[in-house]
Design a protein around this ligand. Structure first.
Ligand SMILES: [Zn+2]
Length: 257
């Protein structure tokens, strides 16, 4: 059992927590959920109830978090776990939502050991064993263009990646998967992508994927759920590895929708 829940406790939560039907009807129309069967939606509904019971979603800068906002965040976090164990999210509790983009203030040492202070503007961040931080503006205005962004899926993919040797683009693989194949496929696709963007400034996926293997995995995970047919077509071998890892096939859902 996961999230420290025994069977009795899990059932108690499912019987006593609820999501207003009007909100549920609205959130299940999100693009990343396209084509889910009634059975999958039922399991997702349970996951969202358990997720909302276990996690704390706080607004920053006086942002008031409504039930609809909580459900919107939870359902997109839970789609990654539809066919995985709930305990993949066990090592963190809090989600902090800023109204808009926020400033990351951090220090780093350069190659000769001099420590620098830097600032970045971000729309999402996942801390190791700490909170997920999101921009509501980003969530509410996520692109509906050919390649759609999804900051929640992106940051939750980082959380899964961090479960195995830190954020390096390789989450904990299942027993039926080959680490050798995963590394071969991802390293090749990442190298190809980095080479392609030198001559193609407007790539099929977010340019940010070239930042590191960890960002490549997170951006491809966004695409896996948001634009699966594009990822399947342009990153076929990566798509097949993601099907094995997430234990779901969104392109198949989309094709039969
Ligand atoms: Zn990232």
């Amino acid at each position: 059992m996961s999230w420290g829940l025994n069977h009795w406790r899990r059932n108690w939560i499912l019987q006593h927590e609820e999501i207003p039907a009007t909100i549920w009807k609205k959130v299940i129309s999100l693009r990343c959920l396209k084509g889910l069967s009634p059975d999958e939606l039922k399991r997702l509904h349970e996951l969202v109830l358990l997720f909302l019971h276990a996690k704390v979603i706080n607004g920053a800068h006086n942002l008031v978090i409504t039930d609809e906002m909580r459900t919107t965040v939870a359902i997109q976090a839970c789609i990654l776990l539809l066919n995985l164990n709930l305990d993949y999210y066990d090592d963190w509790i809090e989600i902090i939502v800023y109204p808009e983009e926020f400033i990351l203030d951090y220090k780093y040492a350069d190659e000769i050991g001099v420590v620098h202070h830097a600032y970045n503007i971000a729309s999402g961040e996942a801390w190791f064993a700490g909170p997920v931080i999101l921009s509501w503006q980003q969530i509410a205005t996520q692109s509906q263009t050919q390649y759609a962004h999804n900051v929640i899926i992106h940051e939750c993919a980082h959380k899964l990646d961090m479960l195995h040797e830190g954020a390096n683009g390789c989450p904990p693989l299942h027993a039926n998967m080959s680490a050798h194949t995963w590394h071969d496929v991802f390293n090749q696709a990442y190298a190809d992508f980095c080479r392609q963007i030198e001559t193609r400034p407007d790539p099929i996926i977010d340019l940010y994927a070239a930042e590191s293997p960890a960002e490549f995995f997170a951006v491809l995970s966004e695409g896996f759920f948001e634009s699966p047919l594009i990822i399947q077509q342009h990153f076929t071998a990566v798509y097949e590895q993601l099907v094995l890892f997430y234990r779901q096939d969104p392109a198949k859902r989309w094709a039969s929708f």
